[in-house]
Design a protein. Structure first.
Length: 579
């Protein structure tokens, strides 16, 4: 045995019998030494063919070892890597943002992995050919941006938001220098449905508008827990609302429209729609309107609640009401003395003006404040706008306010105020949170008796007053019409009108009964008549008729109509005037 061989076979220090603790590099050195000796022995024995076979064997062995290592690495990455992969929070561009669902779990918003397309022009062999091929499989790519990146000298993003199918199409081109990076993209699978309410989130996972912004933190926290985030809306109700609102717009040839449906006992919004859907403006939260005669509900409620009037209190509407040089008249003049009930059912401007002036500015301002008409509607949406309030509260202003002029509010303010008058007199903040906002206390703004009286008046107005076109068989719908002309170039122009109907159903039963409000506003109808009774009330009735089964409202008779909608004879039928 040579000295070299003896050194290799010598036991390792501290390990009798040795050998097993020999470092791996020494094993490799030993192998290479033996191979080289085999080559030397082959040459010494004049066997060159043996030398060639040994070298081929060594090369094949080395290549085999490399491929085995690569295969083991790929298997480890595919089978043993942490779960998640593309589209989940395991990749650096993932966004932990929860799915948004309706109150029944129907999907409204979710994250789907998309890809950013990157190109390193230094690795592209034929830039012109690459541009043509990419454009062929990805027609929506911005060519100016593509050409700019291809003519550059560094790797840049060409286009974000490629779908998996688009990414696969580009990948199949097998172009050099083309790569992809995963990115979460917020998508809304129902398209325009509830779009104004939902809002949008950016690619960084931050809410920008609507519920995405209002609940941004909670949606991200729910996403981190792997949970969905439910809203108060019912997708079935939302669909009916949008469908009927679009039909009302088509029937009236209107410029715009708004619809809101809410649970008056909890303040939960079940549906909210703004038309046109292509307009970014959410008219429910941000548009201001003088709404006309629906405000008579608030004036009458203040009179009843303060004791200044009761249902039988009489007001002289036999002639115009003069305030200085201003002459206030009725749309459909009765030219007679009316009870407060008749003032409401005939929608008398004269009667409500007289009542408002008698109550005075302090009382009117107090009650308008109680009903939330002087502040932005209380809801989580950041877009909720403050009203445009009167600068002074003199007699002329009070008269205007009594029938819905001189103050511009949002549809959400009207929804909240009507809720307070129909749920037992409690002002409850509106909410898009499923289950309401139990942490935010309601405040009593009118007595339960005033609320009951208003509910009966609203029902009578549908049965015998201006709201007859909102009737839905067996659902005991109540409501008030509103019509107002818009101020154009300093004058109120009757060709630019707003028609409104504020409904509630069922309007009978105890004050704490389950009850829902419907607000329909038609902006600048092109047909005639343009009043709320003609352009808005029919839509409210159809909506109540269609959503009642979803809400569990049973059809039955009340003292005015049978369950089939047939009239139960009653004295002093006032008829309907459509105002």
């Amino acid at each position: 045995m040579s000295v070299h061989d003896d050194a290799w076979n010598r036991p390792a220090p501290g390990r009798p019998g040795g050998g097993v603790s020999m470092p791996s590099w020494r094993w490799l050195t030993e192998i290479m030494w033996r191979i080289e000796h085999s080559f030397g022995r082959a040459r010494a024995d004049a066997r060159p063919e043996e030398d060639t076979r040994v070298r081929i064997f060594v090369i094949l062995s080395l290549f085999s070892a490399v491929f085995v290592c690569l295969a083991l690495g790929a298997a480890n990455a595919a089978l043993l890597a942490p779960r998640g992969g593309v589209g989940s929070a395991s990749h650096p561009n993932a966004v932990a943002r929860a799915d948004v669902v309706d109150r029944n779990g129907a999907l409204l918003a979710t994250n789907i992995v998309h890809y950013g397309l990157y190109i390193d022009p230094a690795e592209v062999w034929d830039r012109r050919a690459a541009a043509l091929q990419i454009r062929r499989v990805l027609p929506r790519i911005p060519m100016r941006r593509l050409n700019r990146v291809l003519s550059g000298d560094r790797r840049l993003i060409v286009m974000p938001g490629l779908t998996p199918a688009e990414k696969a199409g580009v990948h199949r081109l097998a172009l050099g220098g083309v790569s992809f990076e995963p990115e979460d993209r917020r998508v809304y699978p129902l398209g325009a449905t509830a779009a104004h309410l939902l809002g949008v989130a950016d690619t960084g996972g931050q809410g920008i508008t609507g519920a995405e912004l209002a609940f941004n933190r909670e949606i991200r926290e729910a996403g981190a827990r792997g949970e969905s985030f439910p809203l108060s809306i019912d997708l079935r109700v939302q669909g009916v609302l949008e469908n009927e609102l679009a039909q009302a717009v088509a029937d009236s040839q209107a410029k715009g429209a708004v619809g809101v449906i809410a649970d008056v006992q909890t303040g939960e919004i079940l549906g909210m729609a703004s038309w046109p859907t292509t307009d970014r403006l959410n008219r429910a939260t941000s548009a201001h309107y003088e709404m006309g005669s629906v405000f008579k509900t608030f004036t009458v409620a203040a009179g009843l609640d303060t004791g200044r009037a009761d249902i039988n209190t009489r007001f002289d509407a036999s002639q115009a009401f003069m305030i200085g040089k201003r002459r206030i008249t009725d749309f459909h003049a009765t030219n007679q003395v009316l009870t407060l009930e008749e003032v409401y059912l005939h929608s008398s401007n004269i009667g409500t003006s007289r009542l408002a002036v008698e109550m005075g500015p302090a009382t009117m301002r107090d009650y308008f404040g109680r009903f939330g008409l002087l502040d932005a509607a209380p809801i989580e949406l950041h877009e909720s706008a403050r009203p445009r309030r009167p600068g002074q509260w003199d007699d002329s202003t009070l008269a205007s306010l009594s029938f819905g002029y001189g103050i511009m509010i949002t549809p959400l303010q009207m929804t909240a105020a009507m809720g307070a008058l129909t749920n037992g007199g409690r002002f409850i903040p509106l909410t898009l949170r499923k289950g309401g906002r139990p942490d935010v206390g309601a405040r009593q703004v009118v007595s339960p008796q005033t609320s009951l009286t208003l509910l009966d008046l609203l029902r009578r107005n549908v049965v015998r007053g201006s709201g007859g076109r909102a009737e839905a068989a067996g659902l005991r719908v109540g409501g008030k019409t509103g019509s107002a002309n818009k101020l154009v170039n300093g004058r109120y122009d009757p060709t630019h009108a707003v028609g409104t109907f504020a409904a509630v159903f069922p309007a009978d039963g105890p004050v704490d009964a389950r009850r829902y409000s419907i607000l329909i506003l038609i902006d600048e109808p092109g047909t005639y008549p343009r009043t709320g009774g003609f352009v808005a009330a029919p839509a409210a009735g159809r909506i109540a008729d269609r959503i009642a089964p979803f809400l569990g409202v049973e059809r039955r008779a009340d003292r005015y109509r049978t369950a089939l909608g047939e009239t139960i004879p009653a004295p002093d039928d006032a008829g309907e005037d459509g105002r």
